[in-house]
Design a protein around this ligand. Structure first.
Ligand code: SF4
Ligand code: SF4
Length: 203
């Protein structure tokens, strides 16, 4: 597959066919997604976590959006409007689709080929991934920090009990005080606290 940079030209567009949002069980959420989406939906973080998210494996620090029905449609797809129900705060993975990151640090992407529009116009990768509120450029750095943290944490928590992993989820995803911290600072603070918790409870 060709490596694409932000300057590469691609033929992409969207006719709201909904393919992005079905057969999806893998829309991973960062804590900032949890807080932004719950605010957008005007519900509490705990309500959002309960109603809209799943933990696919209890032993992994991974949170994904729930899916519904045989088509495994994303729970946040708006069936009446026929489009994403949280477009302005959608997760990075959805913003980039059908592109997938090959190397986030270098802004390298590959085209998964899962969206093919005959009449799509030629645009740059930058226009595609940053067209929606600049979600890509605003979140790339914290996303890379998160990936590094999760890779490290996952290696350390193999022997952790379910109770300890639940506690880590609470530290990472539920602990948010918007009056005190901006969203990125809160996420970094929580990762730091989770790291401390992991080190203190290493078997
Ligand atoms: S698959 Fe392509 S056309 Fe369909 S909703 Fe996704 S981006 Fe739009
Ligand atoms: S968050 Fe929006 S774009 Fe992403 S899968 Fe769900 S409905 Fe589709």
């Amino acid at each position: 597959m060709d490596i694409l940079t932000l300057k590469s030209k691609v033929k992409l567009g969207c006719n709201l066919c909904d393919k992005c949002c079905i057969y999806r069980g893998d829309i991973r959420l960062l804590p900032i997604n949890v807080w932004r989406i719950s605010k957008y939906l005007n519900i509490s973080v705990t309500e959002f976590l309960d109603k809209y998210t799943d933990r696919p494996k209890k032993s992994k620090l991974e949170l994904v959006l729930k899916t519904t029905g045989e088509l495994k449609q994303c729970i946040l797809y708006d069936d009446q409007e026929k489009k994403c129900g949280i477009h302005s705060v959608k997760p990075l993975q959805c913003v980039m689709f059908p592109l997938v990151p090959e190397n986030l640090k270098r802004d390298y992407f590959v085209d998964s080929g899962q969206c093919r529009l005959e009449d799509a116009k030629e645009i740059t990768v930058n226009e595609w991934v940053n067209g929606n509120n600049k979600i890509y450029s605003k979140n790339k750095k914290i996303c890379m920090e998160w990936i590094l943290f999760i890779e490290w944490a996952q290696m350390k928590i193999n022997e952790f009990s379910e109770i300890e992993i639940d506690e880590l989820y609470k530290i990472l995803f539920e602990n948010y005080n918007p009056r005190k911290w901006n969203i990125i600072r809160q996420m970094k603070k929580n990762m730091w606290e989770a790291e401390k918790f992991i080190k203190e409870n290493l078997k």
